[in-house]
Design a protein around this ligand. Sequence first.
Ligand code: PLP
Length: 378
Amino acid sequence: MNTEKIYLSSPHMGGDEIKFVNEAFDANWISPVGPNISSFEEELAAYNSVGYCAALSSGTAAIHLALIILNIGAGDEVLCSSFTFSGSCNPIRYQGAIPVFVDSEADSWNMDPALLEDAIKDRIAKGKKPKAIIAVHLYGMPARMNAIMSVAKRYEIPVIEDAAEGLGSTYFEKKLGSFGDFGIYSFNGNKIITTSGGGALVAANKDWITKAKFLATQARDPAPHYEHTEIGYNYRLSNVCAGIGRGQLLVLNERVQQRREVYNFYRRELSDIKGISFQNEIEGAFSNRWLTTILIDPTQSGFDREQLRLALEKENIESRPLWKPMHLQPVFKSFPSFSSGVSERLFESGLCLPSGSNLTVKQLSGIVAVIKKLSAIS
Ligand SMILES: *Cc1c(COP(=O)(O)O)cnc(C)c1O
């Protein structure tokens, strides 16, 4: 057994993070104000070619603020990818709104634009026109954003683009997070770059981002004392964490390249194992390959997803089933959903393999060896 655990995706510092953090310490900017925050916002907005950016405490907070700014309240319906992490849709419930889940298409694994339109028509016919769409890019793979945006425009429904897993990916040369009316990113510890915990909200609309910063700092009106005319939140990123983010942005392209190499390694080394397939890039897509994910067909491989997960776990290697669809989750299953069965099948047969940009060839070879051994005895 490996004595040192191999994680699915662990933080990978570039070296300059500590320089920005030290600057914050030297100037005693250890608070949610300071020069790293505004610089991080500008640098992130420039990287993604989006107009404006608010650095926040998490990606979930970014989605929550987007919903508030779009005036989504109790009883309103919000369409959301079913195949995602719960952080995408929990904020819908924070607002007392109703999530309506839309299934994935088989190739990109992301929101099916045709099913999205079916869902919109159905809800409109029932007198409940959805107030927003939350479209997600899973594992770094672009959703068909051009098709999703054109459906959204046809029905005049704003789109929140959840690019928490898609920073550094592009679709027809355009950065993920820059297609929607709002885009969000996450810098949680396991994402492609991290600030230990953090997120960002981006938009072309300057007023929205100004509003987001106001709401994220407890909605303090201009006054010498603290004056409040609105409910606020404590959602700002700290100046120390923003320093980590600035250092991480400097190595983001390198991290994308390294994650893609991890994917290529698995793809090459596992090519002769029957019953294993990969998430392919759709036309126009360039994925950051945040996580390498495989599908296992047990009728061909002789083992299923769970057997492989356990074989890896025995060697101290972390792997994880694909996201369990939200329309199957106990807390969400009573809400409306438009499913085609695609995400359920992906969940049953899919596994995320260790994909960190800091994995060594020796570690990757060890992981592949476990898979090959299981295949040989199955
Ligand atoms: C990580 C993640 C989020 C939430 O981001 P946090 O920063 O952890 O709050 C939202 N959506 C998706 C798809 C994610 O992977």
